[in-house]
Design a protein around this ligand. Structure first.
Ligand SMILES: Nc1ncnc2c1ncn2[C@@H]1O[C@H](COP(=O)(O)OP(=O)(O)OP(=O)(O)O)[C@@H](O)[C@H]1O
Ligand SMILES: [Mg+2]
Length: 182
């Protein structure tokens, strides 16, 4: 049987354009603060991509517990063991930032069905804004599938134990920042 070649629009696809061998991924998020769930994704992402940029979205609509600078400091500290991981922040459209940094892939995580709907919307919108950009989803590891920054902050404020769910440096910063128990 004759093989019919599948047409690929190389111009439209940043991941296939030219002879690019190295793939740079961006892992965007608020990381307020970074949890072991995020860190697990970063470690796995660092093995999949040549370069991984963890990028804090500066979101004026959200009132964060930690400033962007503080979040960057914590991220830098915990990603030090991974030489191909860097930390940055951005505002505006993710796809514009990616073009600036010559990144082709968006890394995101999915914990439960509840994440899926929003993540699908974002992936499709980003694809529309920059056709061909790929969003790669990693399933949360079982151990961290219930962990979110919001829940960590809530539990910590109420005096709950979050050790093992966030890096020790984050726990220390939470202790300094949050008045516990009511
Ligand atoms: N425990 C986790 N396992 C896998 N992916 C995760 C985990 N926590 C967050 N992510 C993913 O990381 C990305 C960035 O998430 P985000 O910065 O919103 O973190 P978050 O923990 O959900 O914080 P918040 O509670 O403030 O929304 C998203 O794709 C999110 O689904
Ligand atoms: Mg979230």
């Amino acid at each position: 049987m004759k093989k019919v070649p599948v047409p690929v629009d190389r111009k439209a696809s940043p991941t296939l354009s030219g002879n690019r061998r190295s793939v740079t991924a961006v892992y965007p998020g608020s990381f307020d603060p970074i949890t072991n769930g995020h860190l697990d994704l970063i470690e796995r992402g660092s093995r999949l991509f040549d370069r991984l940029i963890v990028a804090i979205l500066e979101n004026a609509a959200k009132e964060p517990l930690f400033s962007v600078e503080e979040r960057m400091e914590m991220l830098r500290e915990v990603t030090r063991p991974y030489p191909n991981v860097s930390v940055d922040s951005f505002h505006g459209l993710l796809v514009d930032y990616m073009k600036e940094r010559s990144a082709q892939v968006i890394l995101r995580g999915i914990r439960a069905i509840s994440d899926y709907e929003y993540e699908l919307q974002m992936a499709l919108m980003n694809n529309r804004l920059w056709p061909g950009v790929e969003t790669v989803f990693l399933m949360s590891s079982e151990a961290y599938s219930f962990v979110s920054s919001r829940l960590i902050k809530q539990v910590f404020e109420l005096g709950g134990d979050v050790s093992g769910l966030v890096p020790p440096i984050v726990e220390a910063r939470l202790k300094n920042r949050v008045r516990r128990g009511a």
